[in-house]
Structures are given as structure tokens and as C-alpha cells.
Write a protein that binds this ligand. Structure first.
Ligand SMILES: CC(=O)SCCNC(=O)CCNC(=O)[C@H](O)C(C)(C)COP(=O)(O)OP(=O)(O)OC[C@H]1O[C@@H](n2cnc3c(N)ncnc32)[C@H](O)[C@@H]1OP(=O)(O)O
Length: 198
């Protein structure tokens, strides 16, 4: 995997969370999502847009501020960010994927696929879709669809037998257009809360 480190514009190497080449292989014709105009992770429709794995240097590209539009993030330092990045990479199974506006070096969309190792279904793997967000000034331009379809196809590519998500009622339609289904009798999300998230 010699592609793990690329050079940024400033010449510094920036490390990817997972190999970026996988994203180029994804076949968007496999998704029921309708894109008008047609776009994909390899060709996001604008030459200033890039769909790629999270990089260690993304602390400086507004990644945490973007997540702040989804939920509370807290005051995460660069060291905390990098330590978490290292742990995610070492443990494997974390596919944090982002869209960058390369004109301004800012992240404008993100979604995470996590992979659970299973004994069931012949030692299969299951995917979970987490932390989907598009910067509010870029919404309504298919980027939500683009990032969700990207990580969903990635789950399929990595051999997951299914991909699951939790969402608010108002987003059910959005996810249905991308191939997710409420399964009658089997679509309840339950939580046990131990503490208020900070
Ligand atoms: C698993 C999870 O992480 S759930 C958490 C989801 N994230 C959030 O709620 C954070 C705040 N919201 C957002 O970041 C964005 O609104 C997103 C990610 C939900 C959608 O991003 P967008 O870039 O606006 O989506 P996109 O332009 O691809 O919209 C696709 C379609 O879904 C519809 N849609 C998008 N957001 C919503 C919404 N909140 N409610 C209802 N419909 C919606 C759009 O109208 C569009 O329909 P169309 O194709 O018929 O025109």
C-alpha cells in the first residue's frame, strides 16, 4: 500500500485513515440513488471537490467544526484528534470519509462507516453508517447523497452483509431514496444513556 502518504500543496505528507484507492473503484450504478446530474466519488462533478478518506491534517481543514453542525463536539485539541486518528487506524474498521472544497481547503461533508466483526453468518462483517453531515451552506446540492452512497458502496465493497443507521424521523425519506428500508417489526432504535454527552 504505497499510497498511504500523499503530499499536500505545502509539500508536507498527509496520512490517510484508509487507502484512498478503494473509493475510485466504487460503482455508483449499483446504488438506487438518483443523481441529477450524475456524480460519483471518483467524479464529484466539480474540479474543486474531492471525496477522500479522512487525513491526519484535517484538524486544520475544519473537520471538527463540520461535525459541530451535527452534534456537540467539545474542545478537542490537535493532540486528542491525532491520538484518536491513530487509534482508529490501528484498530481498523473505521472509514471516516469526507468531501473537501479544495479551493478553500475546507471539509464540507463527512460520513463514517464502521465495520463490526461477527461470528454469525459465517464470520461475516456488518456496517454502520454514522455521523453524516454536510456544511449548511452546501446543502441541497446532492452532497448528502454523494457521501452516504459513497460509504454505503464502500460497505458492500468490503463485504458487509448489511449496513444500518439510526436517524430522526424527518430523514427517513432521505435514506429511503438511497436504498435503506424500515423493516416492519425490526426497526426500533433503543438507547441506554449513561451520561449527558459533553
Ligand atoms: C446516520 C446519521 O448520521 S443521521 C444524521 C444526519 N445529519 C444531520 O442531520 C446533520 C444536519 N443535516 C445535514 O448535514 C444535511 O441536511 C444532510 C446530510 C441530512 C443532507 O445533506 P444535503 O447535502 O442537503 O442532501 P442532498 O442535497 O443530497 O439531498 C438529497 C435529498 O434529500 C432531501 N433532504 C435532504 N435533507 C433533508 C431533510 N433534513 N429533511 C428532508 N429531506 C431532506 C433533499 O430535499 C433531496 O431531495 P431531492 O433529491 O428530491 O432534491
Amino acid at each position: 500500500m504505497g499510497m498511504e502518504k500523499y503530499n499536500n500543496m505545502d509539500g508536507k505528507p498527509s496520512e490517510y485513515l484508509y487507502p484512498p484507492e478503494i473509493l475510485k473503484r466504487l460503482d455508483f450504478d449499483k446504488s438506487p440513488a438518483k443523481f441529477k446530474p450524475k456524480i460519483s466519488a471518483a467524479n464529484p462533478g466539480e474540479d474543486w471537490m474531492a471525496v477522500r478518506p479522512l487525513q491526519r491534517s484535517d484538524y486544520d481543514k475544519g473537520f471538527l467544526q463540520l461535525l459541530g453542525q451535527l452534534t456537540s463536539v467539545g474542545n478537542v485539541t490537535r493532540k486528542q484528534f491525532e491520538d484518536r486518528f491513530t487509534k482508529m487506524k490501528q484498530s481498523g474498521g473505521y472509514y471516516v470519509t469526507v468531501i473537501e472544497d479544495t479551493r478553500i481547503s475546507k471539509l464540507i461533508g463527512a460520513a463514517t462507516l464502521t465495520i463490526e466483526q461477527k461470528f454469525i453468518h459465517n464470520c461475516s462483517v456488518r456496517g454502520r453508517l454514522e455521523d453524516v453531515v454536510v456544511n449548511d451552506t452546501y446543502r441541497g446540492k446532492q452532497l448528502g447523497k454523494l457521501i452516504v452512497v459513497t460509504v454505503s458502496l464502500l460497505a458492500q465493497e468490503l463485504g458487509c452483509y448489511k449496513m444500518s443507521l439510526d436517524c430522526k424521523d424527518k430523514l427517513i425519506k432521505f435514506y429511503e431514496t438511497l436504498g435503506y428500508k424500515m423493516e416492519p417489526g425490526n426497526s426500533n432504535a433503543m438507547n441506554m444513556r449513561f451520561e449527558e454527552p459533553s
